[in-house]
Design a protein around this ligand. Sequence first.
Ligand SMILES: *Cc1c(COP(=O)(O)O)cnc(C)c1O
Length: 405
Amino acid sequence: MKGDGKRESEAPSQPPSLGLGTRAAHVAREGAPLGPHGERSGTAALYQTTNYVYDDAAGAARAAAGQSFLYARHGNPTTDGFARAVADLEGAESGLVFASGMAAISTAIFSVAGAGAEVLASEGIYGGSTDLLTTAAPRFGVRARFVPAWELAAVEAAIGADTKVLLVETLSNPLLRVPDLRGLAALARARGVTFIVDSTFTSPCLVRPLEHGADLVVHSASKYLAGHGDVVGGVVVGREAAVAPVRKLRTLLGGTMDPFAAWLALRGLRTLPLRLARQCGSAVALAAVLETLPGVVRVHHPSLPTHPDHARARAQLGAPGAMIGVQLADGAAARRFYDRVRVFTRAASLGEVVSLVTHPASFSHGALPPEERARLGIDEGLVRLSVGIEDVADLEADLRQALGA
Ligand SMILES: *Cc1c(COP(=O)(O)O)cnc(C)c1O
């Protein structure tokens, strides 16, 4: 047990032969003995503490040397437990948790890219990541360029001498394009580029990017991992050699996760495979229904044969995800749909137990100039659905009535 988050890199405590659903349901139950007969808590312990108390000077010296817990910004048993749990599900050697997905992404990028470096990022990544790379990173001498990462040749042509990081998402936002992770990993490795994959839209239930050659996997735990819309958090996992510099920078930048957020996220994580299975199943059904409804111009979901990455999604993802893009006639039709839904909730974010609807042209991509939005295919008439765990018949009925079908 080491103070500077090293505990997070211990080997998973579950036998790796158990399935993902079993491992998720059983996360973080290895509490310290509570009574004289060694009984333990059935759930993770919440250590809501800033510091740790030592018996003597030798104990304090051990903590200062990184051999035991020192201070909660460096490490905490509850936050370390969440890191270990996600690392286990991702098949990673090490995991680290953060105050938010953006803290995870920015710390991971800047642990690799310093002044003079370039980040090659996919088009259609999270708006906050785009903003980080276009407005904040240049102030620290880090430049960014954007390419459609689902076109391997475009990425190959774009990698330059200064490219240090390739950042992609497993499903783009909101058109759900699917980059070829194995192909990109091979390109990145050949050119000495660190390959960072944001797997927020998929979670380890649908794809484990480290198995495809990613160097680091990042998550916004605020979405599927915690899953209940009550936590903001982030995760980075990878080999210890890749995670170590991220850990060092996290301790300095200070984007550590709060223990209670980790406790809530651990609680949510236990039902991740169950939630994802239901959400993806409902999304597949709803995408097929939506294609038949009046007023729907186009449905973007990788389960549909009309999706440009349908075949790749089948090969690469265990399920096609629970996000759907729905193209309606125009901005007025999209706003009318948005105003009319009753079971879908009008809110930002995604990956919660409740179904959510957003209007990307107004929200996530609202800051982009209209020409850039058009180039990226984010039309005024596009709405984005995050399918939750409600009864699919209720969701379908809601979509029908909101479309006036
Ligand atoms: C939400 C999100 C983020 C940012 O995560 P926060 O927890 O909100 O900071 C990053 N990437 C993707 C794909 C997201 O959806």
